[in-house]
Design a protein around this ligand. Structure first.
Ligand code: CP
Length: 317
């Protein structure tokens, strides 16, 4: 897919965030994902690379895309994959996450994919377990595989992110995707800007190396890549950060009218789930610049690459 000279492995036993990855490691995942994307196009899209490995998916927060694509990725690599259902677990009887994981670890699990509301849960587990840990979203901190699949999707269309201007618009404050995307895109040489209401922009936005904007009408035509983010009302915790969703759409939504101000060669992304009629008008779903479903499709190949590298798979294609 891209740069030559990438390494064949990751330095850490875990994937907890983009911040700690080198540019070479990012290319390692992206190039391997390309190999697996080709495998997924075959009539029988399965390889035996992780035969005998056991991976557990633990989702303490809701997920459709991430949970399903990790399960599919593991199965396409011939691993045994088991999803942990919070609803039927002893967590509801008061068992701690660490105890839950120690018990699962005692059953000889090779890897754990975890989504949890607590930032840094992956680091905590990594120190306490010998299995590899993949962060599938920890509170508002990081969502590394989303950033990797976003980069993969953009690189399918743009070949390089070097010097590209990328606008991330929406609820930046609560967004682990925004943080992981920002780290990754900057490592690949892009210029990243963040836009949203002042109440949804974190105070450290500029110190992370991003330009910050409070309105988008003037700046939209400048960007080749636009990433809209979901408004995460569930994280408001009783403090209202927005007067109304209608007002948000009027100022920051990618509406039918604003689509006319976006470059013809631009790409429009959204990690999902989308609040249609809030951050995106439904017209975006069939606009040729939208790559939202490409992101979902590429998620399986990118997650295959991550699982393969961490589980030290055998390349038998
Ligand atoms: N993008 C994303 O993380 O979606 P899910 O919450 O459905 O996994």
């Amino acid at each position: 897919m891209g740069k030559k000279g990438y390494s064949q492995s990751l330095r850490s036993k875990d994937l907890l965030g983009i911040e700690e990855l080198t540019k070479e490691e990012i290319w390692t995942v992206l190039n391997l994902a390309k190999t697996f994307r080709d495998v997924l196009k075959r009539p029988i899209p399965i390889v035996p690379s992780l035969r005998g490995k056991t991976i557990i998916g633990l989702f303490f927060e809701p997920s459709t895309r991430t949970a399903f694509s990790f399960a599919l990725a593991a199965k396409r690599l011939s691993a045994d994959y088991q999803s942990f259902s919070l609803a039927g677990s002893a967590v509801l009887k008061g068992e701690t996450v660490l105890d839950t994981l120690k018990n699962i670890g005692a059953m000889r699990v090779d890897g754990i994919v975890i989504r949890h509301q607590n930032p840094g849960i992956g680091q905590f587990l990594s120190k306490n377990l010998s299995s590899f840990v993949v962060n599938a979203g920890d509170g508002s901190r990081e969502h590394p595989t989303q950033a990797l699949l976003d980069a993969y999707t953009l690189l399918e269309k743009k070949k390089s992110l070097e010097g590209k201007r990328i606008l991330i618009v929406g609820d930046i404050l609560n967004s682990r995707v925004a943080r992981s995307d920002l780290f990754l895109f900057k490592k690949l040489g892009a210029e990243v800007s963040l836009a949203g209401p002042p109440t949804l922009l974190p105070p450290e936005a500029r110190s992370l190396g991003a330009e910050v904007y409070y309105s988008i009408d003037e700046i939209l035509p400048e960007f080749e890549i636009i990433i809209a983010l979901r408004i995460q009302l569930e994280r408001e915790k009783g403090v209202k950060k927005l007067p109304s969703l209608r007002e948000y759409r009027e100022i920051y939504g990618i509406t039918r009218d604003r689509l006319k101000r976006i470059r013809e060669d631009a790409l429009i992304c959204h990690p999902g789930p989308v609040n249609w009629g809030v951050e995106l008008d439904f017209e975006v779903s069939y606009d040729k610049r939208s790559v939202i479903l490409n992101q979902v499709a590429n998620g399986v190949a990118v997650r295959m690459a991550v699982l393969f590298l961490l589980a030290k798979g055998e390349m038998s294609l």
